[in-house]
Design a protein around this ligand. Structure first.
Ligand SMILES: *Cc1c(COP(=O)(O)O)cnc(C)c1O
Length: 393
């Protein structure tokens, strides 16, 4: 397969692909796959609302196109970790309900409130800071109170929870805030049956009951990530927060995917082969000569490296598809490039080398890339570098 052919046939030109030129490297993003994944996940959520998680530039897919595709698929809410991400969505004219959950003292809360961004409160101090900003903004802040049900990351402990609820009630009465939700996060949802899941759900229900008995309307209760959405229906509550599954990756172990819908990976990462050449047996390859050719063979140079998100730990391991052939990284991954051994196959400069994608051309799944790199698909997708143009198809 030749990338220029692919481009002419299927793809709009991207930043490095002016009409008539071959994209040197590209992350092709199939926005229809994002929409279809959201549609499938909404069915699984079975009546609960769906928040599409768009943090980290939409898991590397481009935050604004990913948000539009998720909304087209029926997402009810959008979510980001940090406020800069939420501001980027509003700046693009996206007006959907939007929740942002990770902020330290001094965060631009007044701007967030003015832009109708819903905020998380982990502590009384944070809630009071947001309430003061609401006064400046001249509007009530919409707050999702966070209970730490046992991940021991952010959120109020069950011991601090009554004080947080009481403060929320007072600030509601004063017109500074409105409680929009109560939420938490699961530590081991991708291990269905892990005892911590049931334990965290128990604490979550306790926290919701406690909030009610302290006079709060809890609003939307939410705790499920993609894994819990797919594997733990009792974790769905009023809304699920799906991230990785929106982008087409199932976070569950293969043995636990029985009833899951098929999800389609939305990103294909590839580059055009720069050069091919014959090398004799015993040629030391790339930095450090960590590997040598076994016999006379053809080498191909692929222009993607660790600065593009191809992990150095994929050295001598990462799978690569060129045409009908499956190869692997030979020797070390460099900053901008790596080498593959294509044996005696007919590979030429300009041919597309595909690292991962939905598999339509036989290319590896991002799970295989992640495994070969010693990491998880989340990290592979979010590390695709800014030097790689996203081309929307
Ligand atoms: C990232 C994140 C999610 C989504 O997790 P996935 O495993 O990608 O579905 C949900 N909730 C919070 C708070 C997150 O930070």
């Amino acid at each position: 397969m030749n990338l220029s052919g692919t481009l002419e046939n299927n793809h709009a030109p991207g930043p490095l692909a002016a009409p008539g030129t071959v994209p040197q490297r590209a992350a092709y993003i199939e926005t229809a796959a994002i929409s279809a994944n959201v549609r499938a996940l909404r069915k699984v959520a079975d009546g609960a609302r769906l928040l599409a998680v768009l943090k980290a530039d939409g898991y590397g897919h481009g935050i604004v196109p990913a948000a539009r595709a998720a909304l087209a698929g029926g997402a009810d809410y959008l979510g980001t970790a940090v406020l800069e991400e939420a501001f980027a969505l509003r700046a693009a004219g996206i007006s959907a309900p939007l929740f942002s959950w990770l902020a330290a003292p001094g965060a631009p809360y007044a701007r967030a409130i003015a832009e109708d961004i819903e905020l998380a409160a982990y502590s009384v101090a944070q809630l009071r800071e947001i309430a003061a900003a609401a006064q400046d903004a001249g509007a009530a802040a919409r707050i999702h109170l966070k209970i730490d049900t046992g991940m021991w990351r952010g959120g109020a402990t069950i011991g601090d929870w009554p004080a947080l609820c009481t403060a929320a009630r007072e600030l509601e009465a004063a017109g500074r805030i409105r409680v929009a939700g109560i939420w938490s996060h699961l530590a081991c949802a991708d291990e269905p049956g892990h005892p911590s899941v049931a334990a965290q759900l128990r604490v979550f229900r306790q926290a919701i009951d406690a909030a009610r008995s302290l006079g709060l309307d809890p609003g939307l209760c939410h705790i499920a990530n993609s894994a819990a959405t797919l594997a733990t229906p009792e974790a769905h509550f009023d809304m699920v927060r799906t991230g990785i599954a929106v982008y087409g990756v199932n976070p569950l172990p293969v043995s636990e995917r029985g009833t899951c819908p098929a999800l389609r990976p939305a990103m294909t990462l590839g580059a055009a082969v720069v050069q091919t050449k014959r090398a004799p047996a015993d040629a030391g390859i790339s930095y450090g000569h960590t590997e040598s050719t076994q016999r006379e063979t053809t080498l191909a140079v692929v222009p993607l490296g660790y600065a593009d998100g191809v992990f150095r730990s994929a050295s001598s391991a990462g799978p690569v598809q060129v045409g009908a052939g499956r190869y692997r990284v030979l020797g070390r991954v460099c900053m901008d490039q790596f080498v593959i051994d294509v044996a005696d196959d007919d590979v030429a400069p300009g041919d597309a080398a595909l690292l991962f994608g939905p598999g339509d051309a036989g290319e590896p799944h991002v799970e295989q890339w992640a495994q070969a790199s010693g990491t998880i698909p989340y990290e592979v997708l979010t590390r695709v570098g800014t030097r790689v143009p996203r081309i929307y198809v």
